[in-house]
Ligand binder design. Structure first.
Ligand code: NI
Length: 198
């Protein structure tokens, strides 16, 4: 399997959409054709995710309404795991096996803002890779959170939807505070430094 850097080499940077744009709130279409155009989309997504310093990126975030995401994310053992998932289905532990962990969460489509959010500390994500082959990922730590977060995006859900009213308000305030650092077409144009904005 190609490394994220190998993927990114043939990818182009695409502007990352924001939560207040309609595509972020829509249900995506299943991926049914695993062709060169899909491979190019994957390359573009790896390039864009790396430029934005992200651990996961879903297709609606590059303005594409297909059910696919890419990730390059550490698990609970700090091991970096990467992959491509089309048509993901997430299974979460139930009953005694279900342990919720609260951790800071952020999103490239609401950049600069973080709030703690409780989620199960383990997730299984099943789907297909970019060739159509079946895949199954068992995620722990940040990876468990990432698999849930990215799959949410493909159903038009953002993590802000899962916050309390008070946490959501704080998140939006933080996003507004850092908004001057992010050009509208970020990461095509780089994030500004605090010095450039002052
Ligand atoms: Ni996100």
């Amino acid at each position: 399997m190609k490394s994220p850097a190998e993927w990114a080499r043939t990818g182009k940077l695409i502007r990352i959409t924001r939560w207040d744009e309609p595509i972020m709130r829509s249900q995506t279409r299943p991926v049914t054709v695993f062709d060169d155009a899909l491979a190019q989309l994957v390359a573009d997504m790896f390039a864009t995710m790396a430029a934005a310093d992200g651990v996961g990126l879903a297709a609606p975030q590059v303005n594409v309404d297909f059910a696919i995401f890419v990730f390059n994310c550490p698990d609970a053992d700090d091991k970096l795991v990467h992959g491509v998932v089309c048509n993901p289905v997430v299974t979460l532990p139930e009953g005694k096996a279900r342990r919720l962990v609260s951790a800071e969460e952020g999103c490239l489509s609401w950049p600069g803002a973080y709030q703690p959010l409780s989620r199960p500390d383990f997730a299984i994500c099943e789907g297909q890779d970019e060739t159509g082959a079946s895949i199954r990922i068992e995620g722990t730590g940040l990876l468990a959170r990432c698999l849930q977060h990215e799959t949410d995006h493909l159903h038009g859900t953002v993590f802000g939807d899962r916050l309390s009213t008070r946490s959501r308000r704080k998140l939006d305030e933080e996003k507004e505070h850092y908004a001057p650092l992010y050009p509208d077409d970020w990461p095509v144009h780089k994030k500004r430094t605090a010095g450039e904005v002052a």
